[in-house]
Write a protein that binds this ligand. Structure first.
Ligand SMILES: Cc1cc2nc3c(=O)[nH]c(=O)nc-3n(C[C@H](O)[C@H](O)[C@H](O)COP(=O)(O)OP(=O)(O)OC[C@H]3O[C@@H](n4cnc5c(N)ncnc54)[C@H](O)[C@@H]3O)c2cc1C
Length: 450
């Protein structure tokens, strides 16, 4: 039952019984608890009486990754390495192309287990591995509650359509089956690399300094923090989640997106913890965590153009292109936007929050994306600028939610609204709406102090 429907791919290549270890190539599920891929690797290692090698490859060639993301990941991974080691499992780290290192380490492996990847580059890597690996390769999906293809076999139109499909399936996957403790029988593995990788220093650090403008952030990282943040939010923040009256008050949002993005906690664990709460906001929170999040995974899985304007529904593309020559009261370049130099103090504050903290409040993200559409002369270019800024600076960027979030600002998963300049029939947002809903002065003050 633990693996049921979670095994996304498994081939029947012959097992290499002379192999020294079972290789778990960890990419998305950077955790021990409720990590189905790790559990599968442990079961296999115990079956063959071999140790496990966990391989993690930091990929400096991935389109958006930079020092900010690497520092965050390494902080979590260094703690993870200690905890794995305590359970008799080694974590080995390399910097380069995952495909090269997985192939290299597979030469001494009994078999290879990996996490499912959803984005283009991740899928390409897995396709290459499927053809090049000489030992069995198994891919397991444990970073969504309902595996994407089990949830739906096609691209969903919006939250309503996927919600109805998820309804009956979610309970099957929110089972309370306790995933057993990490225990490998054989620990007989020579230590591969034991250098301390966090904080990164020397040559190792230089390899990670890909974009010098993007500074690291102080957001906590690691499995323990992910759990603590979940508990603090559920205890103190969930009761005010629905109201969301304040953009800056602690607890209005969970702040869980970085932990989820790096797989430091599973969505299943968060959902089960949330269900133990009696707050009337549990359902509202689960709507975001399950329906909205899994709609984003559905989007990137089935929409081949998920990272461009082309991904949008026909009505949205048509209306935006028809209105692309409308007069725009303000026009900004990529650099002006990146420097938070617009006439709009709220937008600038949101951009600064992203630049400094790597995070932005969920409501401000919508406003932020809509204004980029309004202020860049061409909607196709606006789309790519929004994606670029989101993914470079967001600590949770380069995630299925990043693509669905930007696409939403341009009409995806939404319906046509009253037609107006520039936006056509795509939903519009303005500063007055922010002021009506939130204490914007408090938000400005908060960002000023960052
Ligand atoms: C323009 C734009 C860009 C975005 N970029 C990202 C991004 O790069 N990374 C990212 O994780 N999310 C992104 N989102 C979605 C959402 O805004 C964030 O997930 C949320 O603000 C993260 O804060 P939180 O964890 O405190 O959210 P909470 O409100 O506490 O929600 C809990 C979790 O539910 C999920 N969730 C919440 N809202 C959404 C949503 N609208 N769509 C999908 N899942 C959701 C997230 O996994 C989130 O961590 C973006 C949204 C927009 C409009």
């Amino acid at each position: 039952m633990i693996y049921q429907n979670r095994i996304k791919y498994a081939d029947n290549k012959p097992v290499n019984l002379a192999g020294e270890y079972v290789l778990y190539w960890m990419e998305h599920s950077q955790r021990i608890k409720e990590n189905t891929s790790l559990l599968y690797a442990i079961d296999s290692a115990n079956k063959y009486n071999k140790p496990i090698l966990v391989l993690f490859v930091l990929n400096p060639y991935s389109p958006y990754h930079n020092n900010r993301h690497f520092q965050y990941m390494l902080q979590g991974l260094s703690l993870l390495r200690k905890n794995l080691f305590a359970g008799g499992i080694q974590l080995h780290l390399d910097v380069g192309l995952p495909v090269d290192y997985v192939l290299e380490h597979s030469l001494k492996a009994v078999e290879v287990v990996g996490d499912v990847g959803y984005l283009r580059e991740e899928r390409r890597t897995r396709e290459t591995l499927k053809t090049k690996l000489k030992v069995p390769f198994t891919l397991i999906e444990s970073d969504v509650i309902v595996p994407v293809e089990f949830a739906s076999d096609k691209e969903e139109y919006n939250a309503r359509t996927i919600r109805s499909k998820l309804q009956d399936k979610v309970p099957l996957f929110l089972d309370k089956i306790e995933i057993p403790e990490v225990k490998v029988h054989s620990l007989d593995l020579e230590i591969k690399n034991s250098f301390s990788f966090y904080p990164p220093t020397g040559e190792f650090s230089k390899k990670l300094m890909i974009n010098h403008n993007v500074k690291s952030v102080s957001y906590p990282s690691g499995e323990k923090w992910a759990y603590n943040t979940t508990k603090v939010f559920l205890t103190n923040g969930l009761s005010s989640y629905k109201m969301g009256k304040n953009l800056v008050a602690d607890g209005y949002q969970s702040g869980l997106s970085p932990f989820l993005h790096y797989g430091q906690i599973s969505p299943k664990r968060i959902a089960n913890l949330a269900k133990e709460e009696s707050s009337e906001n549990v359902e509202v929170f689960l709507e975001q965590l399950i329906v909205r999040r899994e709609l984003a995974y559905n989007f990137v899985w089935y929409n081949q153009n998920y990272d461009s304007f082309e991904s949008l529904p026909d009505w949205a593309k048509k209306t935006l292109l028809e209105h692309s020559r409308d007069d725009r009261p303000y026009l900004y370049t990529h650099d002006q936007l990146e420097s938070a130099e617009t006439h709009d103090k709220y937008w600038n504050a949101a951009m600064k929050e992203l630049l400094i903290t790597g995070m932005m409040n969920g409501y401000m993200r919508m406003y932020w994306g809509k204004k980029i559409l309004e202020w860049v002369p061409d909607p196709v270019e606006a789309y790519s600028i929004a994606l670029h800024l989101n993914n470079i600076y967001g600590i949770d960027g380069f995630n299925p939610n990043s693509y669905a979030g930007i696409a939403w600002c341009f009409g995806m998963h939404d319906r046509p609204w009253k037609t107006r300049d520039v936006f056509g029939s795509v939903r519009y947002m303005n500063a007055r709406g922010l002021e009506r809903k939130y204490d914007m002065e408090a938000y400005l003050e908060y960002v000023d102090k960052l």
